[in-house]
Design a protein around this ligand. Sequence first.
Ligand code: BGC
Length: 699
Amino acid sequence: MPVALLSLTVSGMTFADNLPKFGIDPIEDVVAAMTLEEKVNLVVGTLRDYVYQPDPAPGMPQRVTGEVNDERGNTAYSTGKVAGAAGESYAVPRLGIPSAVFADGPAGLRIDPVREGIDRTYYCTAFPTGTTLSSTWNTALVEQVGTAIGDEAQHYGVDILLAPGVNIMRNPLCGRNFEYFSEDPLLAGKMAAAYIRGVQSTGVGATVKHFAANNQETMRNGIDVIISDRALRDIYLEPFRIAVTEAKPMAVMSAYNKVNGAIMPENKYLLTDILRNEWGFDGFVMTDWWAEGSGDVQTASGNDMLMPGTWRQYDEIMDAVKSGKLDEKLLDRNVANILRAFENTPVGMRRRYDENPDLKAHALIARKVATEGMVLLENRNNVLPLPQGARVSLFGNASYDTYVGGTGSGNVNRAYKINIDEGLSDVGQFRLDTVLQKRYQKYIADAKASMPEDNVWSISVVPELELSDDEIIRAADAGDVAILTISRMAGEGGDRTLDEGDWFLSSVERRNLERVADIFHSQEKPVVVLLNMGSIIDMTDWKDIPDAILHIWLPGQEAGSAVADVLMGTVSPSGRLPMTIARKYEDYSSAPNFPHSENPATVYYTEDVFVGYRHFDKNHIEPLYPFGYGLSYTDFTINESTDTVEVTNIGNRNGACTVMFFETTTDDTIEPLRKLKGFVKTKVLVPGETQTLAKPTCN
Ligand code: BGC
């Protein structure tokens, strides 16, 4: 029985009764003391009293505007303590159950940076997005990022972080690939586990999402993914399994889509039979925001919490319990799952928060991970690193307005971003062509003046500036090297397209690249291309034109500084591709069955387990750049023994090296020829230095 105390203070609330109290008494006793209303309130998020936007972003459900609709005259349950947080849970003050705050997301905490009437800001660090993290192949570093994001969440009063996203990059055009880790389940799972360990080391709960098979944004609110059990388990569930079993995330977010006919928040087979019973998941499952389905079926299926909550869901659960359609025991089970997890969150542990995270320290981590995730794809004649004092002609809009993250819930409200030109100027080792700089800056500012202001859902993409030959000739006369940045924006709610200006270069991009290369090369001056995007584009057509190509991804707020670190050679690139870059789009196994913009009700994963490099291997298709590819400024030798691998830096610059281990077979009729089974990364080795690493244990 609960311990009876005369006067008890929980989360600032004082009690003078002998009711069980959350955080003190056993969860079962607290659940037993809850009324039916309180239980239903707890499993349905609190944003249900808010009115919806009449005109949501394309592909998005109608979102809250923040205006309270007093339809049921009950507003006490929502504290609204962290402005811009994605959701909150219902508080039951009489039992000491506090309201927990949920906020995005993968590349940094997403909350509002300003609050009405308060004379201070609440900025967060914009870290590089998921693709950059996985390109580092450095789990210790990714854990550090998770720790920093968790730390910001804790400082700002957030209890549950809605990250990481681990969906497999089935197709390069998925609009949210930038948030995700890889085409390979092991790499994605290990990255997610490291990230979750970091977040949860701060006391904040992590949410692994979107469970499962949310590999396209087109029709995401209900597209039916038809997939074999084997492909589901070996490829699409595997990163979740690794994350859940290795890092014990506090929460899992079910996806919007259907899998084999059952909408994910109602998919008992995946949510209960596999996730909970087979893998032993002991946290709670929440829906993705305003997911389809009915509250009572979701509750019965093992979807513990419905976010951000609607009155419809509340009524559905309440009616189903009252009519006997839903066994109240299932509701109790879900309530207990939620409360058990909440006990370990900052609010559950009654931690105070001071709203002052160390943003300066986190910016250094953001810069480090951005440099370490960059992938050097070409470096003919070792044109990189650039010599000290080089006169740099910087081309491409994104050199002056660099994309640091994607749009949607993965967006972060950061205090600043360092564009590539600013980063190169700041390090004081290069001389930038200021004529070019002014030309681009003015062009971008003029264009933006007549475009809608950027917001979380959309960024105004300024058409690429087309330079005249005269302008390029002047720049070539004045510079030692041309750097040209090619960028793509992508985000939640839509997929990318196979068009010029998206998958392919636009005619202006193509022309600029060709003219810059012709003119600089005629003076024997090199051309470097920077790819500034969260995924990839077609490169076959143009990759031999420049001398060097560096994929900088969406590198977070320290973008320019990180680019400078790599171009100067302060850091040797050590990033490796987490996905395959094909010679042509049609070479991807999912190409015939990706929804594009056709809005089909169903998508068939007919390629089965042959996703990414597994398909290229099986069909002997040569990729343009294989999975795991990436150059360095130095060279390494690798010697393997049974248990260890010995890596020696045999070049003449510092550098780190990743070693990957694959399970192989020669019979490709059933099994993929290669499957990644583990990887290790050295520290930064000085020339001549050797490091011996234990081989990873395969799971
Ligand atoms: C996204 C989730 C996100 C949630 C809350 C949804 O639209 O799919 O990834 O966590 O919104 O912002």
